[in-house]
Design a binder for this molecule. Structure first.
Ligand code: OMP
Length: 306
């Protein structure tokens, strides 16, 4: 069972980084993505509607809840079924809370500051049914536009995963671009996140969590695809200096495995939360097979990142 425990009220809740550190120590560095693609619903013998999405998502929660560090429901694949699909996403958030598994809502939000405040309210406010433990956000309207989310996350003990070096090949055209000061866009994103983590970890309450084997992580993570090869090194992105978790999608279906995890992250590997969606979900629909696949993926990630 995960030691992360259900979320308490904002005042009592340890920081997201502290809770994730503890969950990774207990259950291994794996996040299971919940991506109810039409093709997957078909493969599981489920209808491509909200009832099918609900059956798939809750079956995954049944299989891995309390057994892996985190799950990451992909919002788009719930939203495509309208309000009832979004209601299923809310059920996944509640199931995570009930089982003590951290929920990273993968909605990749990013907007001008005043609108970002609305997204922060939806995904990072206590009492909001869509508020899991963390949210993926896009800094490509400027890192500063994320401030409302940064503030809401800090106020409620939640976390952010900021897109830095994404797993898709198209990301390079923006993220590898170099600004007038000679820094790549990805490096700027990483340095902004590092500054937030340094400020957080300097506060007394961020280290109030029981000590774990690894240093307590900050609550501002980055998304760094396990498929990016040597891009971080080439772009001067010091992943080991970020101080927050590094969510690494691309494991499994996008081709990355243990060798890529070890190679991409090097000295930063203790902060990596490997993320696999189709690679685990392909083992379904039986709960026992899903659970076995997730535990195997967690063990593989732990070995690769040791
Ligand atoms: O933020 C993400 O999770 C993400 C970032 C990224 O760079 N690449 C990426 O694949 N993802 C997400 O990670 C999941 C990958 O799914 P699989 O390829 O099936 O493991 C999808 O939900 C993607 O939206």
């Amino acid at each position: 069972m995960s030691a992360a425990g259900p979320a308490a009220t904002a005042g009592e809740r340890p920081s997201f980084g502290a809770r994730l550190t503890r969950a990774m120590d207990a259950d291994g560095p794996l996040c299971v993505g919940i991506d109810p693609h039409p093709g997957l619903l078909h493969a599981w013998g489920l209808p491509d509607d909200a009832s099918g999405v609900r059956e798939l998502a809750l079956r995954v929660m049944d299989a891995v809840g309390g057994r892996v560090a985190a799950v990451k429901p992909q919002s788009a694949l719930f939203e495509r079924h309208g309000a009832v699909g979004v209601a299923v996403l809310e059920e996944v958030v509640a199931a995570g809370r009930a089982t003590g598994t951290l929920v990273i809502v993968d909605a990749k939000r990013g907007d001008i500051g005043s609108t970002m405040a609305g997204y922060a309210d939806a995904y990072l406010r206590d009492g909001s049914p869509l508020a899991g433990d963390a949210l993926t956000v896009s800094p490509y309207l400027g890192f500063g536009s994320l401030s409302p989310a940064v503030e809401a996350a800090a106020a409620t003990g939640r976390g952010l995963f900021v897109l830095a070096l994404t797993s898709n090949p198209e990301g390079a055209s923006v993220q590898h671009a170099v600004g007038p000061d000679g820094r790549s866009v990805a490096r700027v994103v990483a340095e902004e996140a590092a500054a937030l983590n340094a400020a957080e970890l300097g506060r007394a309450d961020a280290t109030a969590e029981p000590r774990s084997a690894r240093a307590v992580l900050g609550s501002t993570g980055l998304v760094v695809g396990a498929t990016i090869g040597d891009a971080a090194r080439r772009l001067g992105v010091d992943l080991a200096a970020v101080g927050g978790p590094l969510l690494a999608p691309g494991v499994g279906a996008q081709g990355a495995g243990p060798a890529e995890l070890a190679d991409v992250f090097g000295a930063a590997r203790g902060a990596v939360l490997a993320s696999s969606s189709r690679g685990v979900l392909a083992a379904g629909p039986q709960v026992a097979a899903l659970r076995a696949a997730a535990l195997r993926a967690a063990a593989d990630a732990a070995a690769a990142l040791a």
